[in-house]
Design a protein. Sequence first.
Lengths: 260, 319
Amino acid sequence: MNIVVCVKYVPDAQSDRSFESDHTTDREAVDGLLSELDEYAVEAALALNEAGDGGEVTVLTMGPEDAADAVKKGLQMGADKGVHVLDDAIAGSDAVASSLVLAEAIKKLGGVDLVITGLASTDGAMSVVPAMLAERLGLPQVTFASELTVEGGVARIRRDGDIASETIEASLPAVVSVTDQINEPRYPSFKGIMAAKKKPVETWGLGDLGVDASQVGLGAAWTTVESVEARPPRSKGEVVTDEGEGGKALAEFLASRKFV
Amino acid sequence: MAEVLVLVDHVDGTVRKTTAELLTAAARLGEPSAVFIGTGFESARDTLAQYGAAKVYRIDDPAVTDHLVAPTAEVLAHLVDQTSPAAVLLPSSAEGKEIAGRLAIKTESGLVTDATDVQPGDGGGVRTVQSVFAGNYTVTTAVTKGSPIVTVKPNSIPVQEAPGEATEETITVPLSEQATTARITDRKEKAASGRPQLTEAAIVVSGGRGTGGDFGPVEQFADSLGAAVGASRAAVDAGWYPHASQVGQTGVSVSPQLYVAAGISGAIQHRAGMQTSKTIVAVNKDAEAPIFELVDFGVVGDLFQVLPQATTEVQARKG
């Protein structure tokens, strides 16, 4: 199958992430990396083609120059080729604009059987791009897969919700998002790292996709961030050491706050 | 007054608390109109009226309920087209957000997800508040384009009763072929735990690595408080508790009145899912665990000693 995996280069969630003066995510001050949740998507794509009849896995990203690192990681894991949509006008794009750029890139690639994404980015964390992509591409979406199989041109997933576990099917081509329960992403091997250097990566601008600069970026966003404030740190409350009465002290505290 | 569409979250007519929150928020922006999709409307009617639904659009079509999100997005797009609402409010569930995402594209409307507050904007539209980057920042956003679409996090809006007429209007919406391409072929309901739903619960008690796989004390303490049970990623990855109960960045995000973390160190991944809780309590053997930086009250100790004692004490106080 020809599978496209959409990946995002994000500021490391373990660092102190913050914002620029225009309220966009600060992507400079903090080291970036491939969004952890996208590794599961890359792994799912590789596993499908390894178990099936083969085919090509393309890693697709959009973002500043550094975002090429996210593509590189995907190639090191074993993807066949990469596409990086790089254009200054993209900066500040919201999910709506991002889904437009990604959808146009997927159309340009052509002949795609499956689009796979992670369950969310670890920065914006909206979880809406897969649905938006499906809407724009006119494809079915089967999202939050904790299992994924493809057989006879049908993608079948299992989705575990809080009240039910569902099996959902859709004919290919389709958009699938996978959770962190679906697999254990592989670490790039030394061989994989070396091989990745020779794999093709195409860099496309908005012009290559027929997207006008006015449709993307901060200025095109359909929402306007008015303010961003650091949450005041929680003031640390009383911490007691259990010397046999810790449970009682806990119950006492809860009673004092009317939880009991 | 312009209508505000609220997508009702229900299971066979049993309306989830989030819907009352959405109706309360909707009344700030205009006249709440509930959108009820599926069966069981008779049991839902009173609740919808109680929280201020002036109107209820009903659609009971298996083609909508048997397929994933796309048909619901088409139903809402149809209503947006018909009513030009001041806003569309949906629950911030995985499904709610996806419906919202599709609807935003269809109707060319601004979208905000995981809002913790919704108010009218100064010059029209709506103003939302979100908590981002693991709860470390508060973002205020104006949504003016189209019919603003907002998904609201459960437990964010204090519900207010406000009797409404709940006038019924049954609608039919022709669905596109494309909307019915992802089909739910099997559905296994999970055994009811008898506990409140995790995202809606007023109290959540979560267990982590420190449980060593034994959630007994965590569940018993939760039950003494009438709480939902959550788990850290470490506990879920170890297979000790179901993924649907995972609190954190890759699980659900909760905002209860009280959050109790037992045997959870408090890594950023976990904090992202609970940092906005009103009161936080932790029990952990390690006095240096980062979770203690967040707590209103903490006990350094063995959860297998502390929780059973606390459970007994809570039960005694309740009589």
